[in-house]
Design a protein around this ligand. Sequence first.
Ligand code: NAP
Length: 287
Amino acid sequence: MSSITGKTRICGIIGDPIEHSMSPVMHNAAFEALGLDYAYLPFRVRREELPEAIAGIRALNLVGLNVTLPHKVDVIPLLDKLDPLAERMGAVNTIVNNDGVLAGYNTDAPGFLQALLSKGIEPEGKNIVILGAGGAAKGISFILAEAGAKLVILNRTLPKAEELASQITQYYHKKLEAMVLSEENLSKALGGADVLVNTTSAGMVPGVDQTPVPAKLLKSDMTVFDIVYNPLETRLLREAKAAGARIIDGLDMLVWQGVLAFEKFTGQKAPFEIMKGAATKALAHEK
Ligand code: NAP
């Protein structure tokens, strides 16, 4: 966005807090690179003001909004249409305004899948171990189940892993094991694993010394994907690299969810490398 004119189209992101979001720098860099007369703004919206903010999309004729914590679930009843994955996940991170009709999507889990595919990993038939059963784990395990992966879910709180496993069985007709996150179960699950995905916040700032997996269980024939992006190199990834494993950090997932949202807002192919460069620079400034 070089300058805002009377024709500039506005999109943005709502959340609380919002100041650490990488989305404004990614999207504005992409608009500038493609010469699009669009601007992307951060809006801090408190929980109790969410209905007014959503009504504001129509009133202000915004192109659309991304949605981050704490609004991803509460926003759903305020929308007119939901894409099937967002409906299953019960979470929306992208709203598109089509002449006052607000459609909700989720690009987080598709962003994860794109990040995996872009590294040449096709999930069909792969043994994938998922650590965590929170919001991110839900979308990721749904999209992996849909893509034909064989999943095991381990979580610190077992009932949450069991609940997620039973949802996957219900939606995708797949039986899968849910286990508590312990060294013994990890050892069992990682035995035949092709890919290990960490969706827990263990290892994220400020707990950077934490890791969900003891280093001795990491092996050279696995890919370790840690979706944490703050820091980019978590203890898990450092130890996986030392074990000779292939590693994927959380940045590509973050950028791909932005790429997919950008394409919904503009109808144009997003410049992945430009958006990744902007996010990398912004993350370095966060430190
Ligand atoms: P969430 O819904 O709060 O879930 C957190 C998960 O982490 C739960 O499964 C929780 O287990 C587990 N956990 C937390 N601390 C733990 C610890 N010390 N040891 C073991 N397990 C622990 O959070 P979320 O939205 O899923 O996000 C999780 C992480 O993913 C965050 O770091 C977030 O920044 C990252 N993320 C990255 C992207 C990306 O684009 N790269 C996108 C979304 C999220 P319990 O159920 O036992 O509490």
